[in-house]
Write a protein that binds this ligand. Sequence first.
Ligand code: GAL
Length: 675
Amino acid sequence: MINEKFPKIWYGGDYNPEQWDKATMEEDMRMFNLAGIDVATVNVFSWAKIQRDEVSYDFTWLDDIIERLTKENIYLCLATSTGAHPAWMAKKYPDVLRVDYEGRKRKFGGRHNSCPNSPTYRKYAKILAGKLAERYKDHPQIVMWHVSNEYGGYCYCDNCEKQFRVWLKERYGTLEALNKAWNTSFWSHTFYDWDEIVAPNALSEEWSGNRTNFQGISLDYRRFQSDSLLECFKMERDELKRWTPDIPVTTNLMGFYPELDYFKWAKEMDVVSWDNYPSMDTPFSFTAMAHNLMRGLKSGQPFMLMEQTPGVQNWQPYNSAKRPGVMRLWSYQAVAHGADTVMFFQLRRSVGACEKYHGAVIEHVGHEHTRVFRECAELGKELQQLGDTILDARSEAKVAVMYDWENRWALELSSGPSIALNYVNEVHKYYDALYKQNIQTDMISVEEDLSKYKVVIAPVMYMVKPGFAERVERFVAQGGTFVTTFFSGIVNENDLVTLGGYPGELRNVMGIWAEEIDALLPGHQNEIVLRQDWGGLRGSYSCGILCDVIHAETAEVLAEYGADYYKGTPVLTRNKFGNGQSYYVASSPDADFLQGLIANLCEEQGVKPLLNTPDGVEVAERVKNGTSYLFVMNHNAEEMTFDAGASRQRDLLTGKTISGQATIPARGVMILERA
Ligand code: GAL
């Protein structure tokens, strides 16, 4: 359990008092108490303050901060400060500076700016983590280590290039194996010496960020850079663990952030934490899906909401204020999906530089008489009252949607068949259909144990890794329902096409083969025409982006295309396989079709919605010791009514008992306790 040391939903966030004088900090303590803040993330970006040259370290100011917070009984999420290197280091040891995609050597500036394969960066980051852990190892208030900050970005410098060759040697063993995996006989690319291999960027194989001549090298470079940053994380983690084996270690992730394979990262982290910054028009179902992905990183373990803004952001094109009630609502949305902390960036707004217009619990005016502060303080009180009731409660979803970073990289790198194909959007379409019907859903990796689920949906599973097809076959044979879509089963883990007909290794379980893949022009659609009514699905629906032209082998055809030269050929098939069945959706359908499809699949498998609610009223469940906690969240700006069911349930937030028709205020939240 995350919150062992003080068992309640931790409440607080990033705090940078090194930017302020002592009097301000005094005032902060008073206001933290008013707001019910009990955890502070400190020392996130202080490397330059701690270390002015190679040998001098000064922690006295940090001692001070830690003592002040300790006096107020505020717990510490202590960061290691390695998310931005000091200027002196960049000047003296240019190897810490990255080379960018265009091949330009960067100068000092920004943050998240260190080359992960820089010997200097690694040396000093390791020393710093070790010194921090040694100094504060016995400090009773430290509840979490926060390594670096939002790892990300790629580097293309000479050190990375050299290290890439080492990484490749480990992966492939011989150049012969590498040449085969990358299909280098194409365009005369055969390598005879490891040193002939260069980093793939705009100077070599790539352009526009994700267009490439060779998917093999580009895919491996993404794996390698993700691994390189992960090495940096592990190096600091191991230093911290040397001194404090019992303090958990995390680093803040970013949801669907494209560049790192978080499933791989999560294996190295004690606790998953992430920063949730939806914009005002992000669909609520997208945020819910991102929370569930973060929960899925460690197979359902609760996670930390490490950052969110209490008010506005500063880095989006339009930084609208969170409307009254929205901060509370979105905080509970995180908790509903598995967060056991509610934390902000930031506790006090900074006075200068690019984040001065980023919201904070304490705004520039400096006192507590602001709307944002009042809302924060009310939530602080509420979380205190909740105590430990829902800590460590889990999801018991019977439906899962798969997501895979390597699959995403390969898809995005593939030239053709359509730039309109966006993996995350396709995944979201299915998640959204489940969300709208209040079907509790997990987001899982391709390695997850499938036997927990009744329905598993793997949209655009383009890359099939070793062993995956067999696991799907076993899952279906044992009674599961598996769904995949167009452009699936095309390549192996090296982006080499599986010959003999798409969907390659999935052909057996799907009972179809795809002969052609047609990309529709912008604005063009085809039709999904049901052969006969099926549950709520009847008549026709539109579809687009890609249309696989498929042949049913052992599968039964449920719907066919309504137009074009493949009119009358299958677009939706069902294949009975052992005790279960698999569905192939050969194009990207409209939302109505997906609603109907999801309803039918859940019905067939006996998976019930958590509740029936009107549009915009979200429901999610956490379960603990046989008790269900049903979160009902009204995203609408007006009061709504819904059917809470016949049994009497207590709302943990108001203490009221409800049943039958219930009303929920605009942007309101209920946590219904059900035995
Ligand atoms: C996060 C970052 C914070 C702060 C925040 C602003 O991505 O970790 O340091 O910059 O964004 O929204």
